[in-house]
Design a binder for this molecule. Sequence first.
Ligand code: AMP
Length: 276
Amino acid sequence: MRIAVPSKGRLREPAVQLLHDAGLGPETPSDRALAFPCRNAPVEALLVRADDVPEYVQDGVVDCGITGLDIVRERGAEVQELARLGFGACTLEVAVPAESPITDAAMLRGARVATSFPRLARELLMEPIEIADVHGSVELAPRLGLADAIVDLVSSGSTLRTNGLRSVATLLESEAVLVGPAEPSAAALQLAGVFRSVVEARGARYLMLNAPEEALDRITALVPGSRSPSVLPLSEPGMVAVHSVVPAADVWRLLPELEAAGASSILLVPVERMLG
Ligand code: AMP
């Protein structure tokens, strides 16, 4: 089966890393490669522009493809989202020069908006606007007198600030997604399941600790998780081991609380896959 992977830009490396973490064993593609095979699975990756991925999927040239949700929505191709991939997070925002009197999206009626997302700008702004369709360095358009506002992707917001712009509204939250055709192949659905298990595992840690039995209630209250933790007796009387899967984002807060509740020998290890 064939999967389309972005050939360049910020989604390329994390997309190849996902194939790697999913255990497919992608051959390392050279900079100018157009395709590369996987060692462990009958999967061929085609390197195409992220912008072109929706069309390749819609036309059945590939079984599925990785690209940004913003691109999928902008292209309006007949494809469906099979999995959210947890990288390439950004937002599509409307921004105006810092000194502009515009404070919200409703004030953009009749404004000239520079963007490389004309379809999404019209669809999501819901105000009659004039579009200046620009590609690259969209942030310069207001300063050049080309537009009153821009609609562009933002991740940290530093590019906006550097260019003297202020965000007035978020139109779309985006991240990398796996898309398939309206009727995906069984292989594409299976790969989507594997990717989801990797993405879920990246956000989790396996926690192991020892504790006196009398501290068990306090400790299990701290690590409720999706399921109840495993509690195993230790050879030392009155002592137990507690194992649980916890959200990676909670770890910084959880560990000192567990220690204070009586936990010792705390171990935290990465999780490779989470299924079921
Ligand atoms: P690139 O090929 O590097 O221009 O990346 C394009 C895709 O990366 C976009 O369509 C988004 O899905 C994603 N992305 C994530 N953060 C940003 C950002 N700050 N600016 C532009 N694209 C971003």
